[in-house]
Ligand binder design. Sequence first.
Ligand SMILES: [Zn+2]
Length: 153
Amino acid sequence: MLKIPQSAYASLRQHGEETYPCECCGVLLGQFDDDGGAEARSEAGSKTVSRIARCGNTRQDSPHNRYHIDPRDLIRIQREGRERGEDIVGFYHSHPDHPAECSPTDLAEAHWFGCSYVITSVEKGNATITNSFELAGSDEAGKKFVDEKMIVV
Ligand SMILES: [Zn+2]
């Protein structure tokens, strides 16, 4: 389960509208609500988002259906989050004129087990459906996305 404040939810959806027809992407910062450590995180645990960090989409080859977060951005966001006591609990991106479902590429490029992957469909420039998926499994061969309940608080 992913709990996200209304302001962060609105902001990540708006980000997708702003970058349309290209994909947007960013990071979800917050807390893992269980305290079972990394192993428990591979099971369905709940997470609370405290803020989002917008990223530039560095995919130049196909920005309308691919996203990529610059590793330097990610390291900076992770460091700044830790200074505030926040972990990276997930990622978000948009699907311009495509459903808010995970693509095979999304799965191939997802490596943060137990984290949330939030996808917003942006139809003709307007954010419509936003879904969350948790990356389940414990290794690359067995990983899969599972539907995750998202609560806007
Ligand atoms: Zn995608």
